[in-house]
Design a binder for this molecule. Structure first.
Ligand SMILES: Cc1cc2nc3c(=O)[nH]c(=O)nc-3n(C[C@H](O)[C@H](O)[C@H](O)COP(=O)(O)OP(=O)(O)OC[C@H]3O[C@@H](n4cnc5c(N)ncnc54)[C@H](O)[C@@H]3O)c2cc1C
Ligand code: FES
Ligand code: FES
Length: 1245
């Protein structure tokens, strides 16, 4: 065997040769650390977020074609890249050369906020355009389905993408040729020319055209290599792993014979996550490369044969082509497979994952195996001993030894037969999110009648998500053979299947009753689908479905999006060069899109840098009996392991009233609590050693996990607060109606895309320490680090250039992690980096807390124009009322309410709901001191300006707004002003960036600094009014006038007397209203966001593009909070949901199909910056309009089913809760478990 051990591939047109490659290395760390291409980001490491998307291109010497596809760099072993060309975000354009149209448009259309997801988004769109220069909207949304963004809410990203579509900017959803843009909102004409409002936040006509000839060419060397060179098996051996890449089938079989236990790695999307998250280790990997036989596509007389090495994306294309060409009768299986291939994972995973890998993995929630299992498919196997064929059936799926592959066998291809006349196949799935989410339950079903008599000749039903592997309801199906396809059969079928596919109350994954209900709801859907086809085929013999029931059939998915935005126009008196009020692009927008924006972990390695990782508690309440560090300390590369004992008297810090410990001492109080910190010379070594730390615990009582349990145990956080307005008891005695109840709201993970990251660098002189950290609160980091190191604050400087999303999650825990990291750096005199993995981050940082609300109210009423809050603060609610009225009108609430009712009367299994909610969001920080802010403005002698302030840029565009402020105040172009980042060195003692007021408060400080400067320079300017800033600066210098000024804002007046229950805690209120419409599937619990209209009062917007972005981004995050984001904990308090695979934040598919946002006309808001209002958090609440719309739809379903009692639904309103609330004959049919008779997989927290 001819072997080579040199790895050769291209990255961005440059050849990369690796002589001693470690097969355990993935492309993402290789790009980021070795090649220093930090544009590609780490968000999850498991293929679930898309932040690491790159384009992989390969030349096929047989077809002579180059295939470009998107891929998740975090799951690509670099050894698999031989002969491939990798393109990263840096490879397509940069500010130094030329930015790519995709980069330009995503930035200019305001599709970036924190920018952390942006390179991934850019690469997904770029790859799509390489394959389809004028894509359809469906192709676009499909391409972005695997990319998550936590900030923008996706609308502006879609807007940017739409500019590449043929019919740019249009929703493409109207069949009559009239598009959304022609119609305006509710068919009203679009914004008037030159009127008070503007329709566009960007100017499309300025965009660079997409010119495919300018793209990076595929490296000719790789083409020649593929064409000419005799292929050689490659062998790479690392410290712990051997990698074999055979290039012929014969060699592959030989390797499999020699190493029967070695996995055959294709896409690595199954093996990779197992290695990373489950600790599986393979000493040998076999990874076939370009073996033709594995990519076969053979159309035989009885069906299709597809090579096991084809990617799922290729399978999708092949099947899409086949169903076009063949009669429907033959393609039932292919249609069913296509249905699931459309939603399976994201585009990146579908392009990496292979058909063979998917089948052989036999994941319990596989989407394709349940379909393949019902379709008489067979597997073509091969080994050195020869070929054989086995059926893809239940025995194979349950890995029965006599029905499985032998260890030395490989899967070559799969035969998928054509369907026959009178044969029908369907596929069903329900997941927490419509796309890119593993199914909770999925199913494949096939019936064959033989002829048109409706007698079942063959029936196969299989399910995923209900057991350790795909489960076939074989016995039930057998018993139904010979039965007529009618309701009686359906009833029997449901009972039989429920009996056969039984799920224990304690089944992994939980949602047991929901799963049982889905099992038969899918069966019912299948029954109706087949009945409808039978009716079409033979209208005489088969009864029609009642119209109402047809609604069970369609799916809810819709990919067409349209949006309109209406914002305040600039007043005629404003100077044309004054940028305030203009939709200015985010200052870093283009750099986000080119990957040049530097985040904390993008900073280059410091000489002799160490990496720190934590060992955390695995118990919720326990005594630490012992910690054994010996084995971990003996691991290679380990420098130190620190426990509470090492930190001694600096192991805690008091921020609020009680000191919080950094590392646990004798007891732990939650799973994920920090216990010790492992320091090693690389991340890999630190992580490996952390696994070897042995902690012995002794569990303690009580174990308090839920709010109810803490009430029971009298375990409260102090102080308790109470507000009473008037005589509450008396008032309740005289009212006609009292509404009383309880609502539980689940917690939320912040899910900022950039995980907690920091780099602490001892300066080596005067004990100075620099802390580079992704935080919202540098002053706090400075304080906690200084206290830990027993240094004065002036020795510790904290620097933050930008933060990749925070949402309140980068404050206190960040401080504790920074304190321990700084302790390690100080102790060893080395720079120390600490970057949490997504799972660690979710476990350690906690997130937003759950709530339990008990209420007793008289009537729900809205504020009158001049009114008082319950704490007796006067408010003027005029704008609230105006928002409400505008929203009513703009959403055509009344008309649509009637339409919804009509729809509900006509559809039994689908219901629509409509709900509108008002918003009053208080802005203020509780004390004047908490609202003070400072800024520093320097003018240099060339006339350029540098501004700094205490606020953190975390996506909310504060730096952009600050430059707008300087530009207005100093009457100079924005391009003349620069902002480098935030540091405790330039602005000391800055308050936390949070509470929606960062631009508000810091803007007043920046304005103050500018005004001070202007006052000083006014005499010089008036003497030389035609001069430039360079002239004025020089004159000022010559006259010894300082060109630097500090600006300050003392904070808003704020007081609250909790004793009396009254005060003036807030400076002002943001008002708004949102109306949302949804449609639910009563059989599956699925829901679709049809339309949302939002009206917000933002005072006078400083930057409508940023403000609209804040509103819609927050709205979508709120929608996630109230609908699909569900944290799951085990009864022992262990968080199950530790990454995007288990925890679903909204993806592109969750965007309302129509989204309309209107900002109220400018209104004066006396004390604030240019009468603006701080936005950010307020929109989150509006997400509950979707919750109430779903509530409305569920209520309609219940009413129709005769359930008239009160309906109490908790948040998040997940598919499970929706389905189980739409009670019907199926929910009645399922077995229920006695509470207490089993240990559930999760407990509601
Ligand atoms: C983020 C993410 C989201 C996902 N979402 C979904 C989803 O929504 N629905 C769904 O159904 N699945 C989903 N998956 C699972 C995905 O479909 C599988 O991981 C994938 O199909 C496996 O293919 P692969 O080529 O990557 O397999 P690999 O990881 O390369 O291999 C998997 C296994 O198959 C074996 N194998 C591969 N090829 C052969 C062969 N020719 N002969 C013998 N053995 C072979 C290997 O030995 C190995 O044991 C998701 C995965 C990820 C990472
Ligand atoms: S980091 Fe690769 S997909 Fe999330
Ligand atoms: S801009 Fe998308 S995650 Fe922040």
């Amino acid at each position: 065997m001819d072997r080579a051990s040199e790895l050769l591939f291209y990255v961005n047109g440059r050849k990369v040769i690796e002589k001693n490659v470690d097969p355990e290395t993935m492309l993402l760390p290789y790009l980021r650390k070795k090649l220093r291409l930090t544009g590609t980001k780490y968000g999850c490491g498991g293929g679930g977020c898309g932040a690491c998307t790159v384009m992989i291109s390969r030349y096929n010497p047989i077809t002579k074609r180059i295939r470009h596809h998107p891929a998740n760099a975090c799951l690509i072993p670099i050894c698999s890249l031989y002969g491939a060309a990798v393109t990263t975000v840096e490879g397509i354009g940069s500010t130094h050369t030329r930015i790519h149209p995709v980069q330009e448009r995503i930035a200019k259309c305001h599709g970036t906020q924190c920018g952390f997801c942006t390179p991934g988004m850019v690469m997904s769109i770029y790859t799509l355009l390489r394959n389809h220069p004028e894509p359809t909207l469906d192709q676009l949304t499909d391409a972005l389905g695997g990319n998550l963004c936590r900030c923008t809410g996706y609308r502006p990203i879609i807007d940017a993408c739409k500019t590449f579509c043929k019919t740019s900017g249009c929703c493409q959803s109207k069949e009559n040729g009239v598009c959304c843009l022609d119609q305006g909102i509710n068919g009203l004409p679009e914004f008037e020319e030159g009127s008070k409002t503007s329709p566009k936040l960007f100017a499309e006509e300025e965009f660079l055209p997409l010119d495919p000839t300018q793209e990076l060419i595929f490296p000719p060397e790789l083409m020649i290599m593929a064409e000419k060179q005799s292929q050689r098996t490659r062998v790479f051996s690392g410290e712990r792993m051997m990698w074999f890449s055979p290039v012929t089938l014969k060699e592959l079989l030989e390797f499999k014979f020699k190493y029967p236990q070695a996995p055959v790695v294709m896409g690595n999307t199954s093996v990779g996550p197992e290695v990373k998250f489950k600790g599986v280790f393979h000493p040998v990997i076999i990874s076939p490369d370009r073996i033709e036989e594995l990519s076969v596509v053979n159309h035989a007389y009885n069906g299709l044969t597809l090579g096991a090495g084809l990617s799922l994306a290729q399978v999708k294309d092949i099947l899409a082509d086949v169903v076009q060409k063949l009669p429907e009768e033959k393609t039932q299986m292919y249609h069913a497979l296509l249905k699931h291939l459309g939603t399976l994972a994201g585009s990146q995973i579908r392009n990496m994952a292979s058909l063979g890998g998917h089948i052989i993995s036999r994941h319990p929630d596989s989407d394709l195996n349940p379909i393949l299992a019902v379709g008489n498919c067979t597997l073509n196997l091969l080994s050195k001993e020869g070929k054989r064929q086995i059926p893809l059936n239940e025995q194979f799926l349950s890995k029965c030894p006599n029905a499985d592959l032998k260890p030395q066998e490989i899967l070559v291809s799969v035969n998928i037969p054509y369907s026959r006349k009178w044969e029908f196949v369907s596929a069903f799935r329900q997941a927490q999110r419509q796309e890119n989410a593993l199914a909770i339950v999925n199913s494949g079903m096939r019936v064959f009648f033989g002829e048109g008599d409706g007698i079942i000749r063959e029936l196969c039903i299989s399910y995923g998500g209900v057991g350790p592997t795909t489960i076939c309801a074989k016995n039930s199906c057998q018993k139904l053979i010979g039965r007529c396809w009618n309701e009686e059969m359906l009833d029997t079928a449901c009972r039989l299947v429920l009996d056969e596919v039984s799920l224990l109350g304690s089944a992994p994954g939980g949602k047991v009753e929901f799963k049982r209900t889905l099992i038969i709801s899918f069966l019912f859907k299948f029954y109706l689908e087949v009945s409808q086809i039978l009716k079409k085929m033979d209208p005489v013999h088969y009864p029609s479905l009642a119209d109402k029931y047809e609604s069970a059939l369609e799916d809810l998915h819709s990919k067409h999006h349209c949006s309109t935005l209406k914002y305040q126009n600039i007043g005629p008196k404003q100077h044309p060069e004054d940028p305030i009020g203009h939709p200015i692009m985010h200052l870093s927008g283009v750099k986000h899109a080119t990957g040049e924006a530097i985040y904390c972990d993008d900073m280059p390695l410091v000489d002799q840098e160490f990496f720190l990782t934590f060992v955390t508690s695995s118990r919720a309440h326990a005594k630490i009996v012992s910690i054994d560090l010996s084995e971990a300390l003996s691991m290679p590369g380990v420098v130190d392991i620190m426990t509470a004992e090492h930190l001694g008297d600096v192991n805690s810090f008091c921020f609020f009233t009680e000191a919080e410990k950094f590392l646990a001492t004798d007891k732990v109080f939650c799973v994920g609590q920090l216990v010790c910190a492992v320091l090693a010379d690389s991340e890999v070594q630190a992580k490996r050693a952390a696994k070897r730390v042995k902690i012995v615990y002794q569990d303690l009582e009580p174990l308090i996990l839920t709010i109810e349990e803490s009430i029971q145990h009298n375990s409260f956080f102090e102080p308790e607060r109470k507000l009473e307005y008037g005589n509450v008891d008396e008032a309740f005695k005289v009212v006609d109606q009292i509404l009383e109840g309880e609502i539980h709201m689940g917690g939320q993970e912040h899910f900022y895309m950039e995980t907690q990251s920091m780099l602490v660098v001892p300066k080596g002189e005067d004990q100075e320490m620099d802390v580079y950290v992704s935080t919202q609160f540098p002053k706090y980091i400075q304080d906690i680090v200084a206290s830990t190191l027993k240094l004065p604050a002036n020795k510790v400087m904290c620097h933050v250039r930008r933060v990749g999303g925070a949402f309140g999650g980068k404050v206190l825990k960040t401080g504790i992690i920074a304190a321990v990291t700084a302790f390690a750096a100080n102790k060893h005199g080395h720079a120390v980096r600490c970057v949490l993995e997504r799972g660690e981050d979710m476990l350690i940082t906690g997130g937003r807390h759950p709530y339990l609300g008990k209420y007793k109210v008289r009537i729900i009423n809205m504020y009158k124009e001049i009114d008082q809050t319950p704490y007796k603060q006067e408010i003027n609610a005029k704008n609230l009322i105006q928002c409400w009225r505008e929203c009513m009108a703009m959403s055509s609430y009344s008309l649509r309410k009637v339409a919804v009712e009509k729809f509900n009367a006509e559809n039994y299994w689908k219901k629509k709901g409509l709900a509108m909610v008002p918003l009053k969001y208080p802005v203020g920080l509780g004390s004047r001191a908490a609202g003070q802010a400072a800024a520093l403005v320097h003018i240099y002698l060339d006339g350029s300006v540098l501004v700094t302030h205490g606020g953190i840029e975390m996506g909310q565009g504060v730096h952009t707004k600050m430059i707008q402020v300087v530009s207005r105040e100093l009457r100079m172009p924005m391009s003349n002003v620069h902002l480098r980042g935030t540091s405790t060195e330039t602005v000391p003692n800055a308050n936390i960036s949070g509470g929606s007021v960062v631009a508000d408060l810091n803007g007043l400080a920046v304005k103050d600094a500018c005004q001070t400067l202007l006052k000083r320079l006014e005499p010089i300017i008036s003497k030389n009014p035609k001069g430039t800033w360079k002239d004025w600066a020089q004159t000022a210098f010559d006259e010894s006038i300082s060109l630097s000024a500090v600006g300050y804002f003392r904070g808003y007046e704020s007081d609250m007397n909790w004793e009396k229950g009254e005060g003036h805690p807030f400076e002002y209120f943001v008002y708004g209203a949102a109306c949302s419409e949804v449609e639910i599937d009563c059989l599956t619990g699925d829901h679709k966001n049809i339309r949302t209209d939002i009206v917000m009062d933002v005072g006078c917007s400083i930057n409508p593009a940023i403000d609209v972005g804040q509103i819609e981004g927050a709205f979508i995050q709120g929608m996630g909070l109230y609908t699909i984001e569900e944290l799951n904990y085990s009864p022992q308090g262990i968080l199950h949901t530790r990454g995007p695979d288990q925890y679903k934040i909204p993806a592109i598919c969750d965007m309302p199909t129509e989204l309309h946002i209107v900002l109220l006309p400018p209104s004066q808001n006396s004390n604030t910056l240019y009468s603006s209002k701080g936005l950010g958090e307020s929109g989150v609440f509006l997400g509950c309009s979707v919750f109430f719309a779903i509530h409305d739809a569920v209520s309609a379903a219940r009413q129709e089913r005769g359930l008239h009692g009160p309906l109490s639904l908790n948040s998040p309103l997940t598919p499970e809760k929706i389905r189980m609330a739409c009670e019907d004959k199926f929910t009645k049919m399922i077995p229920r478990d006695e509470p207490g008779s089993y240990v559930p997989w999760n407990v509601p927290i």
